[in-house]
Write a new protein. Sequence first.
Lengths: 319, 273
Amino acid sequence: MNEVRSQQPAGRSFRAEGFDYRSFFFSGLTGLATLLILAILGVILLNIVINGLPGLSWRFVSTIPKKDFFDLETTGVLPMIVGTTIRVLVMTIFVIPVGVITAIYLTEYAPNTSLVTRLLRAAVNNLAGVPSIVFGLFGLGFFINFIGKNLDALLHNPGPVWGQPAVLWASLTLAVMTLPVVIVATEESLKAIPTGLREASLALGATKLETIVKIVLPQALPGILTGGILAVSRAAGEVAPILFTGVAYYMASLPNKLTDQFMDLGYHVFVLSTQSPNIEQTRPLLYATVLVLLGLTFALNLVAIIIRARVRKKLRALN
Amino acid sequence: MAEPLLPKLTVAPPASPSATAPGPALIEINQLSLYYGAVRALKAISLPLQERVVTAFIGPSGCGKSTLLRCVNRMNDLIDSVRIEGGIRIGGHDIYHADVDVIELRKRVGMVFQKSNPFPKSIYENVAYGLRLHGTTKKSEVDAVVEQSLRSAALWEEVKDRQHSSALGLSGGQQQRLCIARAIAIKPEIILMDEPASALDPIATARIEDLILELKKDFTIVIVTHNMQQAARMSDFTAFFYLGELVEFDTTTKIFTNPAQKRTEDYVTGRFG
């Protein structure tokens, strides 16, 4: 032992052997990649804000347009703001409970190793990979043609009430599309709750349900809301799933019930850029509409983020 | 040594007369074997545990003492791969019988864990949790039991002015005493303690030990410990486990001064383990 020690040089310094090119190169690479993303985001946002801002006015966001809506001076986007907001809110109301309950089943009840559980998880993951236009077709086939039409037959409606595109069906289609996001986020936050807390509750004679409701879910709430935020961000700008399920090219009045069709900001951007008789003249209007869509998506996210911040603050007071 | 294919008939030596002297046992563990999948973690353990005394389970890590403890309130039910043979009777009732209500069992058999695990709620809410679960909702009643439980757990003086602040702001020792208060609030008959002081400093440990000696007047206590001195100081009876077998069970005095088995003597004198 002593021999080994004496073989080591006495005054070995801690100086580096030379410049570490590999670390320098790698850290530089990660920095560049980040910079690239920031640059792309910056270009998009700047372009939209600079070109869209001149067209923005209170009149623009509060006017219900006439059928010929290609003139920036007279048109407005109120019905599109209302339509997009409603479809996102209705979607949230459906997707959060269903997603949370599914996640609770998968993490708390389903036997972890069984074939059924593995198939369920695979199904959830595959759902996330389905192209959004397929969800649109699914919504048309399942919600409108199957559920809606049968509901009409059952209620002896003279004409189609449920069996036609509507804001309800569009919202449900979006809910199905964003379900995996909520499920995965909720599952992750449920798994993060320490086993010790569950055991403490069960050892006091709580049932599994009581433990989940009183101990696990309150702690998991911020994670669940993160799932909600992701779902809202994803859904707010989606157009394909609502194409066959509820969006209208033009409506003279605002939707006032869930079976009404609606106008939508994202779809309206598509309409303006493909149906305009004079694309050069429509461009400022297009920019202004895109800016409103961005602003609305941001606002909807902000609401969810504020709710989450409040819940976190409440929890932190105890943690 | 490889696991024998056929289970041995019994490995538990008959308890000495002194161990059963005070009367019929409150908890009777009878030929209990436990399997994690194919691994036999407990081997036909038979053990009578007396009422209102402290029984210590000792033995090296992995000997099955915590596993056995968790059989008494059926916490092992939570693990999918666990299979149990033999049985446990509490007050004459088979707790593994099909019509036993596990909730009722756990109300009567409380548990304190190795790692203190207060809920991320206020001190008051931690103690009140079990009460509210089992139907006590009147504020004056809850208040009274919370105070009484915190007093019994020797915590009241330290926290009476901040009952409504977070339990997670307490020190490790205080948190563990809070967990004890939480367990006794629902008035169990038996309290299982799984190395309750192993993560605490010597002063906090001493407080927990004093508390356990105090609680023994009202509760039947079974405690798992790695600390020989702790077992010797606090318990009336001691069971020594090794590799899933009960090697010896007797009065603590006998186990620590004149054990019948060589292996017990080697362990308590620190020659192995």
